[in-house]
Write a protein that binds this ligand. Structure first.
Ligand code: C2O
Length: 539
């Protein structure tokens, strides 16, 4: 194992990834941020410096467990206070028991949409078998993109009576670039636009095999991906290796990752489009400048002047694909890991509360999240558990949760010892919501719509019959379907406060986030490092 050091400096400047000039945020002067790469067992030391003048920031390592280092999870208001302008935070954690495709991003407000994001890849000897399936390895970041700073769009979204009017993207980006047709804006002088924006080009050797690590780093849009004239083989979902599963195209929602193997086995006489189509079917609004069919070029020859061929499949029906994940039953983990029997069950409902005079706000079991301003839920919890006056933290698990000082829903799932938690997540809303659990991977036990089938749950999933669930997919971000539900299971062995939220940035800011508190017995005596505490005004 090694210690790997990185420096990330966050600054604000003008940028034009697709030709349209806007204020955006950069990491070390770049967008997207640098690739962070390590081996399993390594320690990462990442010094994050806030070079902004007006806002605090943080970095979350999406998908990393942070077992024993909850305070480096990077979630503003939950595990740390934001790093104030001009200050730095040294994140220091060891990567244990996990490898694969991850990413990192700001977890302060909607900041990541303005550019604070990048890929994070962990290698491991356990990948020896899967490495035989490909020759080269490439990261493909895909995201929706907006031509205004995120806070401008957010303010509009949160205005009263804006039911279901999420900001509709202006464009999409692949590895931080894409073409945009400046004339879409007509005479709208509000935008400076350079006509020289271009597609990304991926050069591949004829007959070689490439592992494309697709990461949706966007705010809102789910993408439909494919490569003309080629099929793809899915080998990883989030950071779980799966048995190769051939597809012609697939869907990737916000914050999810898939690795697909692409074989360059077609004619070298032409180039091919890698297509990333926003599934606009899932949007309520429209945007006249949006061309949702985004592309990058795959070139065998290195010549980008050859125009790509046209698709051999009818692409148009992609727009009406339902807002769902790739079917988990087709994604079978290469290494079976049977879920242990559950010891606890919780139900979490979410909905949007919108009325004539209400703001557009999301509710999880009736509470609306907003980050604590001058402290963190983690700090409150450690103090509460130690003060002997921990009434708000002696969680009544049957009732199903406690409220932090500003009414945030915190579910104490594991007060003593390691518990195995089932959560029924129930959507009382239209639209698909990509939910992410910090600090854990979870098994997807069941997904459905309409009333929950208790009989089936008790017969097939409860401790009485653990073997009924054989090797289900485990991942860290899954889409809860419109008016649907899923049952996930995770092992709460990880002391701390862990956010569970919809990763659609607008929804998180509307309050669609809750927290799990795990291992209160250990957490009580864990000391949050002084340099993390010091970020809080009260610290
Ligand atoms: Cu990708 Cu709460 O994070």
């Amino acid at each position: 194992p090694q210690v790997r050091s990185y420096n990330l400096v966050i600054t604000k400047d003008l940028g034009w990834p697709d030709g349209v000039v806007r204020d955006m945020l950069f990491l070390n002067g770049k967008f997207p941020g640098p690739l962070i790469e390590a081996n399993i067992g390594d320690t990462l030391l990442v010094n994050v410096t806030n070079g902004l003048s007006d806002n605090s920031t943080s970095i979350h390592w999406h998908g990393l467990y942070q077992n024993g280092t909850n305070w480096f999870d990077g979630t503003t208001g939950v595990t740390q206070c934001g790093i104030p302008p001009g200050q730095s935070l040294l994140y220091n954690f060891t990567i244990e028991n996990q490898f694969g495709t991850f990413w990192y991003h700001s977890h302060s407000g909607t900041q990541y949409l303005d550019g604070i994001l990048g890929p994070l890849i962990i290698h491991a000897p356990e990948e020896a078998e899967v490495r035989k399936l490909y020759d080269t390895d490439r990261v493909v970041l895909v995201q929706d993109w907006y031509h205004d700073f995120s806070t401008v769009n957010l303010a509009t979204y949160l205005e009263p009576e804006n039911e279901n009017t999420e900001p509709v993207p202006d464009n999409g980006l692949i590895n931080g670039k894409n073409y945009f047709n400046c004339s879409s804006y007509g005479n709208d002088s509000g935008h400076t636009c350079y006509e020289n924006s271009t597609y990304n080009v991926f050069n591949v050797e004829p007959n070689s095999r490439t592992r494309f690590r697709l990461i949706n780093t966007g705010a809102f849009a789910e993408f439909d991906f494919s490569v003309d004239n080629h099929s793809l083989s899915v080998i990883e979902a989030d950071s779980t290796l799966v048995n190769p599963h051939p597809i012609d195209r697939g869907q990737i929602h916000v914050a999810q990752r898939y690795s697909v193997v692409f074989e360059a086995n077609q004619s070298t006489a032409t180039n091919y489009w890698l297509r990333m189509s926003m599934i606009t079917f899932c949007f309520t609004g429209t945007n006249p400048v949006l061309n949702s069919a985004m592309t990058a070029v795959i070139s065998y020859s290195g010549s980008i002047t050859i125009a790509p061929s046209n698709a051999s499949v009818d692409w148009k029906d992609a727009y009406s694909v339902e807002c769902h994940d790739l079917d988990p039953s087709n994604l079978v983990p290469a290494k079976a890991m049977l879920p242990p029997p559950a010891t606890k069950f919780y139900r979490v409902d979410f909905s949007f509360g919108i009325g004539d005079y209400q703001l557009d706000r999301a509710k999880v079991n009736g509470t609306i999240w907003s980050p604590l301003a001058n402290t963190t839920t983690l700090q409150e919890t450690v103090m509460g558990l130690n003060s002997g006056n921990a009434s708000s933290w002696s969680v009544d698990e049957q009732v199903g949760g406690a409220l932090s000082s500003n009414n945030q829903f915190v579910l104490g799932v594991s007060s003593t010892g390691v518990e195995v938690i089932d959560v029924l997540v129930y959507s009382l809303d239209e639209g698909g919501h990509p939910f992410h659990l910090h600090g854990h991977s979870f098994w997807i036990l069941e997904t459905g719509s309409g009333p929950f089938n208790w009989t089936n749950y008790h017969t097939n999933l409860m401790p009485s019959n653990p073997d009924a669930v054989a090797n289900p997919l485990r991942r860290d971000t899954l889409t809860i379907n419109a008016f649907g539900w899923s049952v996930i299971r995770f092992v709460a062995d990880n002391p701390g406060l862990w956010a569970f939220h919809c990763h659609i940035a607008w929804h998180m800011e509307a309050g669609l986030l809750m927290q799990f508190m795990s291992r209160a017995d250990v957490l009580k005596s864990m000391a949050v490092p002084a340099h993390v505490m010091a970020l809080c005004p009260s610290g």
